[in-house]
Design a protein around this ligand. Structure first.
Ligand SMILES: Cc1cc2nc3c(=O)[nH]c(=O)nc-3n(C[C@H](O)[C@H](O)[C@H](O)COP(=O)(O)OP(=O)(O)OC[C@H]3O[C@@H](n4cnc5c(N)ncnc54)[C@H](O)[C@@H]3O)c2cc1C
Length: 400
């Protein structure tokens, strides 16, 4: 049986960054990841200004920017009648006034490579955590399966960072409240051509037309596309066939007519069932939940990674002093929830607002889409830019 100070379940953005932050404080940390590698398609490749500032504080920003990436400066919203700027990161006072678009696998590998420089960091790949070890109401570690063997690791603190499908939060008895986003998203990639410079105009474009909505993201060497559908209609879209899907894409983004044939089978298209929820309590003795495991985000604003990493930074800032002494205090865990819950509630309320006021109306083909008037008020447009880039309060490393 192994023993560590902090066992982190899940090698996503939240788990890897927390592992690095604790390891560099000299704290014993073991990161358990179910997969054998960090390769994931369409899991979000966006690093917002707040995250690049944190990476800068960690000395990793330049390393990340040396890799092939693209920069998203602004987001535009195009209807049949007009084009409106939704967000403009270039107006932010920061060294990184853009969203860095970098494959998530490169980001995770970079963070893990930095963590491996510390001898007190341990990574176990292929470790599928199935059970929490509970004694006298306190979580004392986890049981996991690796190569069909059961293993156990004891920990002073167990961090549940295993994403939106976390079963451990239920096993820990943590309850959640959820909202009902009206849509699901189909993500796919298409080749990029030089002609795309003209209509993409700076990075991201959302287009609404006759009851359809699509999003195009400039990835420099390819295009990432999202096609929004009413929640629960995936089977109907799929049974209409890939040809009908290609026609729908060419209809809403005619600039892609020459390339939709690259979509030959459904396996090229990733289905995102959009969920949005939040735990009412993020902790219990010996356990803390962060990232998607604590709050699954709607894709509006693409902030899931941003908020997951900010949770990790706040957790490291608050917990490092006591974890250095191999201890964890319940009030510290409560403080992490207090600091992160309000920003999470605010962004989720913003997402719900956008879903109701824009997305649900855009997908309603029975009525012509009328742009909400608030989209035209420049002052109101600055709020989403800051909210998406930072949240209500920017988060920084305290114990560097
Ligand atoms: C299709 C899609 C597109 C997205 N696009 C964006 C985007 O553009 N921008 C954005 O910011 N966010 C996006 N997101 C959301 C984003 O991926 C998450 O918000 C973010 O990754 C959350 O980070 P996390 O570390 O909390 O969880 P995750 O990234 O989900 O990481 C959890 C990790 O835990 C591991 N794990 C799961 N169960 C176990 C277990 N039992 N034992 C051990 N390990 C386990 C998983 O393999 C995974 O590596 C997207 C999500 C999806 C599904």
């Amino acid at each position: 049986m192994e023993k560590t100070t902090c066992a982190i379940v899940g090698g996503g953005p939240a788990g890897t960054v927390l592992a690095l932050l604790l390891a560099r404080q000299g704290i014993d940390v073991t990161l358990l990841e179910a997969h054998q590698d960090f390769n994931r398609n369409f899991r979000g490749d966006t690093l917002h200004p707040s995250i690049m500032e944190i990476m800068d504080e960690l000395g990793l920003a330049d390393r990340l920017l040396k890799m092939s990436h693209s920069k998203l400066n602004r987001g535009l919203f195009e209807t049949e009648k007009s084009t409106i700027q939704l967000v403009d990161f270039s107006s932010l006072d920061t060294k990184y006034p853009y969203i860095t678009i970098l494959p998530q696998v490169r980001f995770l590998e970079t963070v893990v490579a930095a963590a491996k420089e510390y001898p007190n960091f341990k990574l176990i790949m292929g470790a599928n955590v199935r059970e929490l070890i509970e004694e006298n109401g306190e979580i004392k570690g986890v049981r996991y399966k690796k190569d069909s063997d059961w293993q156990e690791i004891r920990a002073t603190l167990t961090v549940v960072a295993n994403g939106r499908f976390s079963h451990l939060r239920e096993k820990a008895g943590l309850k959640s409240v959820s909202t009902s986003p009206p849509m699901d998203v189909l993500w796919f990639a298409l080749p990029r051509t030089q002609a795309d410079d003209r209509w993409l105009e700076g990075g991201l474009k959302a287009r609404i037309d006759k009851g359809h909505m699509a999003i195009a993201i400039d990835r420099k060497d390819s295009l990432q596309l999202g096609y929004l559908i009413f929640k629960g209609s995936y089977n109907r879209v799929r049974s209409a066939g890939i040809e009908a899907f290609r026609a729908a894409i060419a209809d809403i983004i005619p600039e892609l007519k020459d390339r939709v044939n690259h979509l030959e089978q459904w396996s090229q298209i990733a289905f995102l069932a959009v969920n949005s929820d939040r735990l009412t309590r993020w902790y219990r003795p010996g356990l803390l939940a962060i990232g998607d495991a604590a709050h699954t985000m709607s894709p509006v604003g693409g902030v899931g990674i941003n908020y997951a990493i900010q949770d990790a930074v706040v957790a490291a800032n608050i917990l490092s002093p006591s974890l250095k002494g191999d201890r964890v205090w319940l009030p510290d865990l409560a403080q992490i929830q207090r600091q992160r819950e309000l920003p999470t509630k605010v962004i989720q309320s913003f997402q719900t607002f956008v879903q109701k006021q824009i997305i649900a109306k855009a997908l309603d083909g029975d009525r012509p889409f009328k742009e909400p008037s608030f989209l035209k008020w420049p002052l109101l447009r600055d709020i989403p830019t800051r909210l998406i880039a930072y949240g209500i309060v920017p988060v920084h490393l305290e114990a560097i």
